[in-house]
Design a protein around this ligand. Structure first.
Ligand code: MN
Length: 231
């Protein structure tokens, strides 16, 4: 046993559908602008190659939790996304082998301090403080990939206080799961425990304290969070 000078950090993890077991989270990669209508609302072109940013593993939050309104922001946005979980290591994974490397899939919300993200973007600075903050990656329980399937089509949606804010179909992904996971694996050797948030459709918008946020992807478990007071 390694003798650490401080208590090692707790292993971040997300729930598994229908099981008491949990999935350990190693890293979180996120795809930017993967639906044409969202790329347009953010001022981009849909044919750009996919690009990636990250969140810390311990940004994950279980469904049913209260997410504190983040500090330093007055424009806190929801982004509903399909999330896939890597179960088997691989680099330069060919598209036709991507599904063999995935353990499961769930619905997640890429919570964003939009004001900080846009300020960073304008100055050519990193997005981290807009994207990679505490409680910024709520995830529903993971469904095993054999059950979830290839996730090429299916409704993806998000409501705030019962009102629909985002609604699209996975078939509108600019880069499919097979394509963008393969592309990501050309730059980063993927490892068990990695999560990939696959991008959000149009309709992103601000959240307020007290909001009830629900979302889902057809065939997977729903996500539900409440926005609470700042810590
Ligand atoms: Mn996103």
């Amino acid at each position: 046993m390694t003798d650490f000078v401080i208590e090692p950090p707790k292993q971040a993890s997300i729930a598994v559908s229908g099981s008491a077991q949990r999935f350990p989270v190693r890293r979180i990669f996120c795809v930017g602008r993967n639906y044409a209508a969202h790329a347009a609302e953010m001022g981009g072109s849909e044919r750009d190659l996919p690009f990636f940013f990250t969140k810390p593993a311990d940004a994950v939050v279980d469904s049913g939790s209260t997410v504190p309104y983040p500090r330093q922001s007055e424009n806190f946005h929801h982004e509903i996304e399909l999330v896939v979980a890597v179960g088997k290591a691989g680099a330069n994974i060919p598209q036709d082998q991507v599904m063999d490397h995935l353990w499961g899939a769930c619905a997640g919300v890429d919570l964003t301090r939009r004001d900080l993200q846009l300020a960073a973007r304008e100055k050519g600075r990193p997005w981290d403080f807009g994207k990679a903050f505490d409680f910024s990656a709520p995830c529903s329980p993971l469904t095993p990939i054999e059950q979830a399937g290839e996730l090429k089509a299916g409704r993806i949606w998000l409501t705030v206080n019962g009102e629909t804010r985002q609604e699209a179909d996975l078939e509108q992904l600019i880069w499919s799961v097979k394509e963008h996971v393969s592309i990501l694996s050309e730059s980063i050797a993927l490892a068990p425990g990695d999560l990939i948030m696959t991008g959000t459709p149009a309709g992103v918008g601000p959240l307020q304290i007290g909001d009830q946020v629900k979302g889902g992807v057809e065939g997977l478990e729903d996500i539900h969070i409440t926005i609470g007071d700042p810590l």
